[in-house]
Design a protein around this ligand. Structure first.
Ligand SMILES: [Zn+2]
Ligand SMILES: [Zn+2]
Ligand SMILES: [Zn+2]
Ligand SMILES: [Zn+2]
Length: 145
């Protein structure tokens, strides 16, 4: 039997988020290829330059997976109810997703309990105590007082 040389299908794998080819890893949650760049992350730097880490930390896809929910995250009632709506929407629609949440629910913006400024929970720093959200400025003032 002669081994037929199958045309080598070298579709070059790329990260589904940033498009880079290179060291890639398959995500546990959705099986997509993504940069295996977790090691580039500097501990406690809170930088968001790691595709893998971003998808793992900031998406419904992985939240749903880590929480062990059943079915598709896009119509998971548990995800919907266990996160504040603003976070739910941000987790489902930010750029760390391969697939975005269709028809995200609307929500009232979160205001700083102290000065009233709008806080974008997904991308801005804030401090939470009980039902209150404090913007970074107010939180910093409190820290210093
Ligand atoms: Zn990437
Ligand atoms: Zn995923
Ligand atoms: Zn879920
Ligand atoms: Zn404030």
């Amino acid at each position: 039997m002669t081994k037929s040389t199958s045309k080598s299908k070298s579709t070059k794998r790329r990260c589904g988020l940033c498009g880079k080819s290179g060291k890639l890893i398959k995500t546990d949650c959705c099986g997509n290829w993504i940069c295996d760049d977790e090691d580039k992350y500097v501990l406690f730097s809170y930088s968001r330059n790691s595709c893998h880490r971003n998808h793992d930390r900031y998406t419904l896809c992985s939240y749903h997976h880590h929480e062990g929910h059943k079915g598709d995250w896009k119509d998971c009632e548990k995800c919907r109810t266990s996160l504040p709506t603003e976070m739910y929407v941000w987790y489902g629609t930010n750029e760390y997703n391969f697939e975005k949440l269709p028809n995200p629910p609307s929500f009232d913006p979160t205001h700083c309990s102290k000065c009233g400024i709008v806080i974008k929970l997904g991308t801005e720093g804030y401090m939470q105590s009980g039902d209150e959200y404090w913007c970074e400025v107010c939180a910093e003032k409190k820290r210093r007082s």
